[in-house]
Design a protein around this ligand. Sequence first.
Ligand code: PLP
Length: 400
Amino acid sequence: MNLSDIRSQFPILDTEVHGHRLVYLDNAATTQKPQAVIDTLSDYYAHLNANIHRGAHHLAAVATDRYEAVRRQVQQFIGARSHEEIVFTRGTTESINLVASSFARRFFQGDDEVIVSGMEHHSNIVPWQLAGARLRPIPFSDVGVLDLDAYSRLFNEKTRLVAVTHVSNTLGTVNPVAEIVRMAHAHNVPVLVDGAQAISHLKVDVQALGCDFYCFSGHKMYAPMGVGVMFGRQEMLDELPPYQGGGEMIEEVTFERTTYNHLPFKFEAGTPSVGDVLGLGCAIDFMQQVGIDTIAAHEADLLHYATARIREIPGVRLFGTAPEKAAVLSFLVGEAHPYDVGTLIDQLGVAVRTGHHCTQPVMDRYDIPGTVRASFAVYNTRDEVDAFIAALERILPMLN
Ligand SMILES: Cc1ncc(COP(=O)(O)O)c(C=O)c1O
């Protein structure tokens, strides 16, 4: 992998912040975009902008073809059986809300339970609460590994669904999703996987995982904001009612009755974010050109290097040290408030996230207000890890 070639594709990495070269370590919140993705967006609006599916004219036909080509590209990227199983949404949050809303209407009977993990992002907690479910969280150990024995004991006749994150955005844990699915299916319970933090770091194969739903956001995998994916197994999607009503999702409408379009359009009401979908296709090209295995190996190297280096700093506590872990480093320095750490190293050009990372139950589990989180992507370097550690060392005297 030619790291300087990769970095040169991301114009934002040349930005200066407070007189320092930006060291961007907030990739779990959103990744930066390569020039090709930025160009795809501007080319779309400069040369191709048209509403899709309905037009008889040239631009509408080309835009539709390109939009539908990305659907097939996503299908191959995640190993789905059919392009009809790929629904475009605004992001992971909308994908999960879609499933929660439709699934509840179809399958909830009152007194329904959804098993989640104890390390879910709020977007895989609140939609189930809104849908009326009682949540049964799977506990996890101090290092951040799910307790599968406890999980096996959570199933009962009220269990309607298991909804788990593939990779924890706070702890970095890569959860054993295939095993979680196998155990749920043994109880005839379907499984939704929140892939928001997995999709840019691991090879995802939804058929190998066996899951019924897999949700992710484009903006966390080098694509624009405003586009995401909800994969659903066809048999499952056929069973679910539409999520939103409007244009495109219908077959026939009268004032008495409406029939719905076939998959995947049944779940895509209204005008989609066409340019962003094309940008997603370009981001997949980028990831495949670099190679998912190459990305994973590089990020694993960064994680190991950063973990070893941060342990040199006195008073650092790491949260999430599971053996299977993605490139996320959550930590506290002594008694310092995470926000103070984040704002002080920002003055030195280092961008990290601080707070509860939309995982308040994880903070409660450790009885802490929040953490500082550094998260890595393909364009980060060991030099940037050194700059991050140097920034922490420099601010240490100001913290105590
Ligand atoms: C694990 C996880 N799930 C869901 C989300 C929500 O993603 P989005 O805000 O793109 O919908 C995030 C975002 O940080 C996340 O990390």
